[in-house]
Design a protein. Structure first.
Length: 218
């Protein structure tokens, strides 16, 4: 299943209240079973949006006439802290192409930062300074807020091998984690997942921004 389709399915199941609140080893088993059951039985969740629908949502959101957040001091400070984090997500040897960052945040943390719109604005600002052609996604659920930014530029041919190698590495890690869950092994023994690592990197950038501007978010 394509990443965007899988992500949309997880979001739909979460909004429908089908996923457990605690994602320990047992919770991961229950979540996987719920996701598989929802796929086999159409109807319990709202239809997952297609990639084109997600892109349409992005265009609608970014073109709506709303006050610009790009010059908000909080946006500037957060984007400055995020810039090296985003640069670090680009695969080695890919010439700065193919970067992406996803963070799964607590709703209270998002509110303290100024909201989903401000976070996405900071992500866009940082990504564009790196030369990315950027797309962002923000989704607020009851228990988690997902924010995502990625570079959608088509990379030159000389970087194709590096990007393919990174894609295969990520796919292998994902398959290894799925196999661990299916084999009734705790995924925690494998260490933080890619999204958990990226979320921690995002939070480290937040802490840096807070330390540099202690009164800005007060």
């Amino acid at each position: 299943m394509a990443y965007q389709k899988a992500l949309a399915h997880v979001i739909a199941c979460s909004e429908a209240g089908l996923l457990p609140a605690r994602l320990d080893g047992e919770g991961m088993d229950k979540a996987l079973a719920a996701l598989q059951q929802a796929l086999r039985a159409p109807g319990p969740t709202k239809p997952a949006p297609t990639v084109s629908e997600l892109k349409a949502t992005e265009v609608t959101t970014t073109t709506a006439k709303k006050p610009s957040l790009s010059k908000d001091p909080r946006c500037v400070a957060l984007s400055d802290a995020l810039k090296p984090i985003l640069a670090g997500t680009c695969p080695e040897g890919a010439g700065g192409y193919g970067g992406a960052l996803q963070a799964n945040l607590h709703p209270a943390d998002v509110e303290a930062l100024g909201g989903v719109a401000l976070i996405r604005a900071a992500m866009r600002r940082a990504a564009r300074q790196l030369g990315w052609r950027v797309q962002t996604l923000g989704h607020a659920g009851e228990r988690v807020v997902l924010v995502l930014v990625h570079d959608i530029r088509e990379a030159p041919a000389q970087f194709a091998d590096a990007l393919k190698e990174e894609h295969m590495r990520r796919a292998a890690e994902m398959n290894e984690r799925i196999s661990a869950v299916m084999g009734k092994k705790s995924p925690t023994a494998m260490g933080p997942s890619p999204v958990e690592r990226q979320t921690e990197a995002f939070l480290q950038a937040v802490r840096s921004a807070f330390a540099a501007h202690p009164t800005m978010w007060s």
